[in-house]
Design a protein around this ligand. Structure first.
Ligand SMILES: *[C@@H]1O[C@H](CO)[C@@H](O)[C@H](O)[C@H]1NC(C)=O
Ligand SMILES: *[C@@H]1O[C@H](CO)[C@@H](O)[C@H](O)[C@H]1NC(C)=O
Length: 406
């Protein structure tokens, strides 16, 4: 492979690139004729060639030399490396989504590149968005709210908490009640954390399983994290369905939009599941003949089939689309047609992404974590009810006002 192909392939990730980058062309880049010139860019100020994507000289310390366009020519530009940006009229690059050069309580956010004709990566200081309540923290990198002291967007072994600057930070400290000395990580209580299967990370901290916990499963005499598959057959979730005054117990339930078939497993509705080739799983877990001609999708609300892209059964601006929550590798091909934005992204998509994750649920148009208080009154938590969320009294409290048992 010619070196520029290799370089271009490297720069473009896994995409196969078969054209030389413009700066490898002598007419555009005077350095292209030098040995290893394909790795170099011409710097007019001193007439020398410098290695591309290197930080520092001839650029300011935190910037790197990048190919830019000037007229029809490739010129060297000093730019902030990906993941960093500069304030207008400065040349220092700061990491995005951290405080950087901002005032306490603010973070450094990227400015849309389209606003910026010079191709600079610019940033600005913004205040984090407000989350629904104090138990949540805003994570700027994905624009979502996560509960404090959960793993949230952090890597395993770290928990989300407010840092000294008031911004969300993935952290783990030796004096935390969630610290596990054996591996130096921090884990949320009642998650599996560092424990072996059948045990939970309990306050203490310790790995264990106690029969009074809602997470206790009698059949296997073990404990499992809520809303995981736990000890259940395929297509199920181990979750709390009913909160009683005797305390609540998690049990194996079909995942939302799934139905239990005769083989005891749950399958995503309108996929083939264990049925014959021309059949699909319908509500109730029965196998029914696929009602649609090839290439059409079944819209359950209308009990009819539509061609993808048809606006007819959908709200204004939306069209019939493939069900992007169905994962073909796991669920098989889905005949389910959903309404989705006609073009571009929309908040509905966000809402759908939220309901597709096992631990989150949309409530009042905002994404929340299940089995936490979220927008619910004191003593209640969010549970999944069919495909939606509702507030329900927590285990150990008494409906209707979720008062503590005395
Ligand atoms: C974020 O967490 C890390 C790891 O615990 C810590 O070193 C750092 O000081 C924290 N940052 C802030 C701003 O609190
Ligand atoms: C728990 O399981 C045991 C046997 O494994 C059974 O005898 C008992 O009835 C079960 N208890 C409940 C409450 O299901």
């Amino acid at each position: 492979m010619a070196p520029w192909v290799w370089l271009a392939a490297l720069l473009c990730g896994s995409q196969a690139v078969v054209l030389p980058p413009p700066w490898a062309d002598v007419r555009r880049n005077p350095c292209a004729a030098h040995p290893r010139g394909w790795l170099m860019l011409y710097w007019p100020a001193d007439g020398k060639c410098y290695t591309i994507y290197k930080k520092g000289h001839p650029c300011p310390e935190t910037q790197e030399l990048s190919p830019g366009r000037w007229g029809g020519r490739t010129v060297a530009e000093c730019k902030c490396p990906p993941g960093t940006a500069q304030l207008p009229h400065t040349t220092t690059c700061h990491k995005l989504f951290e405080r950087g050069p901002c005032r306490p309580g603010e973070y450094f956010a990227p400015v849309e590149e389209s606003f910026n004709k010079r191709g600079e990566r610019q940033g600005m200081c913004v205040r984090p968005q407000q989350c629904a309540d104090e138990t949540l923290l805003y994570w700027p990198a994905d624009g979502r709210c996560y509960y404090r002291m959960t793993q949230g967007p952090c890597y395993p072994g770290a928990l989300l908490d407010a840092g000294e600057d008031g911004l969300a930070n993935c952290t783990c400290s030796v004096d935390s009640p969630n610290y596990w000395a054996a591996d130096g990580g921090c884990y949320a209580h009642y998650s599996r954390g560092p424990c072996e299967k059948g045990q939970l990370f309990l306050p203490g901290p310790k790995c264990g399983c106690e029969t009074h916990l809602p997470q206790y499963h009698n059949g296997t005499n073990a404990c499992y994290e809520l809303d995981t598959i736990g000890p259940c057959p395929k297509g199920h979730l181990f979750s709390i369905s009913e909160v009683t005054s005797q305390g609540s117990k998690a049990e194996c339930k079909c995942k939302s939009f799934h139905a239990r078939a005769s083989d005891g497993a749950c399958y995503r509705l309108y996929t083939r599941g264990p049925c014959a080739t021309d059949e699909m799983i319908a509500r109730g877990g029965r196998c029914t003949k696929v009602p649609c001609a090839r290439g059409r999708l079944y819209v359950p609300e209308r009990r009819r089939c539509y061609r993808p892209g048809t606006p007819e059964p959908c709200p204004a601006g939306e069209v019939v689309a493939f069900d992007f929550e169905a994962r073909p590798a796991l669920d098989g091909l889905s005949h389910n047609g959903v309404c989705a934005c006609g073009s571009g992204a929309c908040t509905r998509r966000e809402v759908e992404a939220c309901s597709s994750r096992r631990w989150t649920v949309p409530y009042g148009g905002v994404c929340h974590i299940l089995h936490t208080q979220g927008p619910c009154p004191e003593g209640a938590w969010l549970v999944r009810d069919q495909n939606r969320a509702k507030c329900q009294c927590r285990p150990g409290t008494i409906p209707p006002d979720c008062s503590l048992k005395s």
